[in-house]
Design a protein around this ligand. Structure first.
Ligand SMILES: [Zn+2]
Length: 382
């Protein structure tokens, strides 16, 4: 009898045989259907998973068509996930595709729980960071990938086994913010001036601020439709601001295909139980070289550290809740930490920790939009 998957079922290596039934019962969640996401979704659809859950809040643009192979000219202006679903179903009618035309933060956690593995094809640090925190908190393997012109990387994150994203965050992204509570509109103006962004009226800045756009990063990730509802803000203005804060990176289809190939392959290996090669692959398309990193997980990682390994927060007994927030913000590069203590009760910032009744060895919870679930940390009041 003819079998769509006949040739891949012949694979048998290092004592592990290809188990197509296992794949046919597996669900992968793909965050971002750009160049990498299109390729990885295509690979996994053709190879016969049960289901793909694809998430993307963008629409197809002309400049996507040189490398995002699930889209056609007539898709311009349509949500990427809708066009992708159509093509994937045509390539393999037996696969289920579930689409979410929204940002990952708005997708219910049950959808992530339903998946056996996450793939990130996102183009930004914040999204990866959020997905990583979710992977660690609900214990799902997470295969991250990124490219830059001829260069690319793939990371295999097995929570509590391999390093998570916070164990070795990208250096250039280890930004330190003070607590945003104390920010003023003038801080945003100064920040934008560093990007040579001028001409925003005080009124616009104050309106941005009141809507929660308090840093350049808030503007970088803002949605066009949200910003143009502000009087005096046009689509052209938003585009020029975002281009200055985060210029588009070079991208070529060939590198994306190579990196997505590795990302999909690592996904299959995790699902089927083949041995992993490395926790991180780096590719240099100019020299043609790969290198591999096999770093240890950081046992004291604030995110993936276990209960026994939690780093304590050392804090002065006269410190206020605000002081604690600043310390957390600087130590973990979390720009907007909220702190909860006992029953998730939010605390006033001016109160001193001892007035709140906090004692050494007690737990607090960090809550932030950058992490999917509250993170428990132990206090050491000195
Ligand atoms: Zn970690």
């Amino acid at each position: 009898m003819e079998d769509r998957y006949h040739r891949q079922k012949l694979v048998n290596v290092m004592g592990v045989a290809w188990d197509q039934d296992r794949l046919l019962n597996s669900t992968a969640l793909i965050a971002g259907v750009g160049a990498l996401g299109c390729e990885s979704a295509k690979n996994l659809a053709l190879m016969g998973l049960k289901k793909l859950i694809i998430i993307d809040n963008d629409v197809v643009e002309l400049s996507n068509l040189s490398r995002q192979m699930l889209f056609r000219d007539h898709d311009i202006g349509s949500p990427k996930v809708i066009a992708a679903e159509r093509e994937l179903k045509e390539m393999n009618p037996s696969i289920e595709v579930e689409t979410h035309y929204e940002s990952i933060e708005n997708v219910p956690i049950e959808k992530f729980q339903e998946a056996d593995i996450f793939l990130s094809s996102l183009d930004n640090f914040e999204g990866r960071r959020y997905l990583n925190s979710l992977a660690v908190s609900i214990n799902k393997p997470f295969i991250d990938a990124g490219t830059h012109g001829f260069f690319g990387h793939v990371r295999v994150i097995i929570p509590h086994v391999t390093p998570c994203y916070e164990c070795y965050p990208p250096k250039e992204k280890q930004r330190i913010w003070c607590s945003l509570r104390r920010r003023e509109p003038s801080d945003l103006i100064n920040e934008l001036e560093q990007y040579k962004i001028k001409g925003l009226t005080t009124q616009i800045i104050e309106e941005l601020f009141s809507r929660g756009y308090k840093t350049e990063l808030d503007l970088k990730y803002a949605k066009l439709k949200d910003l143009i509802s502000i009087s005096g803000v046009t689509a052209g203005l938003v585009e020029s601001i975002q281009e200055k804060i985060a210029p588009k990176l070079p991208a070529i289809l060939t590198t994306n295909a190579i990196i997505a190939g590795i990302q999909s392959q690592e996904t299959l290996k995790v699902l089927l139980g083949f041995p992993r090669t490395a926790e991180m692959y780096r590719y240099n398309g100019i020299t043609g070289g790969f290198d591999y990193l096999n770093r240890e997980r950081k046992e004291n990682c604030w995110l993936c550290g276990t209960e026994d390994e939690f780093p304590q927060i050392n804090v002065d007994s006269n410190a206020t809740v605000f002081d604690l927030k600043v310390q957390i913000s600087q130590r973990y590069a979390i720009p907007d930490p909220e702190i909860a203590y006992k029953e998730y009760f939010p605390l006033g910032e001016e109160l001193r920790l001892k007035d709140v009744g906090m004692k050494s060895s007690e737990n607090i919870y960090i809550i932030s939009k950058h992490i999917a679930t509250p993170k428990k940390l132990k206090l050491n009041i000195v």
